[in-house]
Design a protein around this ligand. Structure first.
Ligand code: WTA
Length: 676
């Protein structure tokens, strides 16, 4: 491995005072090309790490369970200390700290306020139109108590499910913490999903209450959220109450409110008692459900519980980013509706008492430099985003970050998909000025917190590799037959339980066991990704091995998209596959046959895309729709998606002799060439 300190390369980078973008573009490109040769980067020379991690590694190697117990005592505040740590008597149904009790919202709020840090800013909130609102820990605690009482007054009890469908506004944090305070189970749905997807997620989780917003804005346009929610969810029998937040910048447009069912968030808070003492809850009390895509059309309700989850989020947020809550200003650009937002916007940062930035808007509105304007304005020190966002920034050009002083940054992170080395190097040089370690964090909704990642400033990094498992995490590779792979490619598995792992799929223990623990036995968690292990023991994540597509870091199920397309009256059959995409990592391609052997046209294509947006959300719209007369099927009638993947990616077609009608593929290949 060729170790090299990357900082000298930074000299070639256009900083705030650097050369104009035009001149710099050539030299930046050349620098990036040159650095592609460099295999490994030592922690930047000037980086001073604030936390000792070598001690962690040693302790975790010696006794992982004892390591987690020590961490749980050190990082969390317990109402009743635990005496049991891991119970592994019934795999894969593990429990952690089961006889301990604590309240998660008290860990995120009360303990910081009690320690005199109530005036500390929890979130510097930035609105899309430039509005600024600083929310302190004391503010969050006050609102959380009132909303917790408000929920109780509406009949919500511990264990009840509360849906949350909100944009990136501070109220979303209050909503989550208020649930946690009284032991209600939150079920957040990403604001970009369509109301009909919200309906499905509310229905299958028996949500009694939904917290939503009157309207939301995106790049200057307004969406009537409450009206759409009424239209889609109005008749759900279990849904008794809808709480409506007045979103920022909304005009007083008529918002439909149903008396007896709907209540304004601010009115509920104003009428509520300000004091709501935190209820001590058992460590394994359910905390939230988050729906994620799997290999069938039915989304999986991933269930996390209280103490183990909070420990994972708190510990990794500190250790991976080397976070110092007294001095860092941290910003994770994800949406709260994804697991990244749950763990690294809400729970990890608040439990650690950090100051964060929360941004409502898009990275290219009002202009393409808005992120860097925010970094400069709040002197952000730790920035965490997705590779797809970095690729967008590359496309827009280095002149946008160059407009701003980014010298406050000390750590950069990525998550969601493999990062290509060129994007890594661009991030390192153009955003990080060559002085910030990059943590490429691998994890999943199921894992609750980061499992494979560099520790900022302590791990030598290789562009494109998530490096090594964190202390106490046993990640390994297996062959198809379950043999260990020590170097080369294999199926990624985790062989020891960890505190923040999912506990089950909501009301579906069977699917939980079947999905994750059937292949190699009940104590080997099968991740669903393939990876490569190099000679240094570094992991290189390749991608999903199931029918899950990763578009811009968003997980989508091929089956879910197919079933949405097939639901359209004009469609006879559909098969959905992923094709590589420079911008979004993967893109959705749909092969569609129409009823009555009709030929497809532009109008039908537009309708179908709109139809998918309506059923799932805009992010699931196929990038390409290829009209087919027939789909490639085996003699038993199974669609051969492998052939469709090959043809979509422009690869040589493999064996087609097992097809019922081998001629089908020739027609499809011709159509693919004709479909941009
Ligand atoms: C992928 C997001 C490569 C992976 C936190 C995983 C990654 C899925 C990385 C989980 C990474 C996530 N490098 N691939 N650093 N991080 N993935 O549940 O395929 O939305 O299984 O969780 O994203 O997606 P999820």
């Amino acid at each position: 491995m060729t170790d090299m300190d990357a900082s000298p390369a930074a000299a070639a980078i256009p900083g705030p005072n650097g050369p104009a973008a035009g001149e710099a573009a050539g030299s930046l490109e050349a620098t990036l090309e040159g650095l592609l040769e460099v295999e490994s980067f030592d922690p930047p020379a000037g980086f001073v790490r604030r936390r000792d991690v070598e001690a962690d590694r040693a302790a975790a190697d010696a006794d992982p369970v004892a390591f987690w117990a020590d961490r749980a005592r050190e990082l969390l505040t317990w109402d009743k200390p635990f005496t049991q740590v891991l119970d592994d008597s019934n795999p894969p149904f593990y429990t952690w700290f089961a006889d301990g009790e604590l309240n998660l919202s008290a860990n995120c709020l009360d303990r910081h306020v009690a320690a005199g840090r109530g005036a500390r800013v929890a979130f510097h909130w930035r609105g899309e139109e430039g509005e600024r609102r600083d929310v302190t820990y004391a503010d969050l605690l006050a609102d959380t108590q009132r909303l917790a009482n408000g929920l109780t007054s509406l009949g919500v009890r511990a264990g009840d499910v509360v849906g949350i469908f909100l944009p990136m506004i501070p109220e979303v944090v209050v909503a989550m913490l208020a649930c946690a305070r009284i032991g209600a189970v939150h079920n957040v749905v990403f604001g970009g999903f369509a109301p009909s997807a919200v309906r499905e997620r509310m229905e299958v989780s028996d949500a009694r209450v939904l917290i939503t917003v009157d309207g939301a804005r995106r790049k200057g346009r307004r969406a009537e959220v409450k009206a759409a929610v009424d239209a889609e969810l109005g008749d759900l029998p279990a849904l008794e109450r809808i709480i409506v937040v007045r979103g920022p910048g909304q005009n007083a447009a008529e918002v439909p409110m149903t008396p007896g069912r709907d209540v304004w968030f601010d009115e509920l808070l104003a009428a509520a008692d300000p004091d709501c003492p935190p209820v001590p809850l058992p460590a394994e009390h359910p905390l939230f459900i988050l729906y994620s895509s799997g290999s069938t059309a039915k989304p999986k309700g991933i269930l996390h519980t209280t103490a183990g989850y909070l420990l994972g989020a708190t510990h990794t947020h500190g250790a991976v980013f080397d976070l110092d809550p007294d001095t860092d200003v941290y910003w994770c650009s994800a949406d709260v509706g994804w697991i990244t937002g749950h763990s690294y916007i809400v729970y990890g940062p608040l439990s650690n008492g950090a100051t964060s930035v929360m941004y409502e808007g898009a990275p290219d509105y009002p202009d393409h430099d808005i992120w860097w304007r925010i970094v400069e304005e709040y002197r952000v020190t730790v920035f965490y985003t997705a590779p797809t966002a970095i690729r967008s920034c590359i496309k827009w050009g280095p002149q946008y970050p160059a407009r701003h002083d980014l010298s406050s940054l000390r750590v950069l992170g990525t998550v969601g998909e493999p990062i290509n080395p060129k994007a890594w190097l661009w991030y390192h040089l153009v955003i990080g000025g060559g002085r910030c370690p990059i943590v490429d964090t691998w994890w999943q909704t199921e894992t609750g917190s980061v499992l494979i990642s560099p520790l900022a400033g302590a791990t030598a990094t290789k562009p494109g590799s998530a490096t090594r498992p964190l202390p106490a995490i046993s990640a390994e590779l297996r062959t198809e037959d379950g043999e260990p792979v020590t170097e080369g490619t294999g199926i990624l598995v985790i062989t020891k339980p960890w505190p923040s792992m999912l506990r089950t799929l909501y009301k579906d223990d069977e699917r939980f066991v079947e999905t994750y623990f059937s292949r190699f036995g009940p104590s080997t968690y099968v991740v669903g990704d393939a990876a490569r292990l190099d000679a240094d023991g570094y992991f290189w994540i390749i991608g999903r091995i199931d029918d899950v597509i990763n578009v811009s870091g968003h997980r989508l199920s091929t089956a879910e998209v197919e079933s949405a397309i097939v639901a359209h009256e004009a469609v006879a059959e559909a098969a959905v596959v992923a094709q590589p995409d420079e911008q979004t990592g993967q893109a959705i391609v749909a092969f569609v046959t129409l009823t009555g052997h009709r030929a497809g046209d532009d109008a039908t294509e537009a309708q179908l895309r709109e139809h998918v947006a309506h059923r799932i959300g805009k992010l699931a719209r196929p990038k390409r729709i290829v009209w087919a007369d027939d789909l490639p099927k085996t003699r038993s009638g199974k669609i051969m998606r492998r052939l469709l993947r090959d043809v979509a990616a422009g690869r040589e077609l493999g064996d087609v002799t097992t097809l019922r009608d081998p001629a089908v593929m020739a027609v499809i290949a011709e159509r693919v060439r004709a479909t941009p």
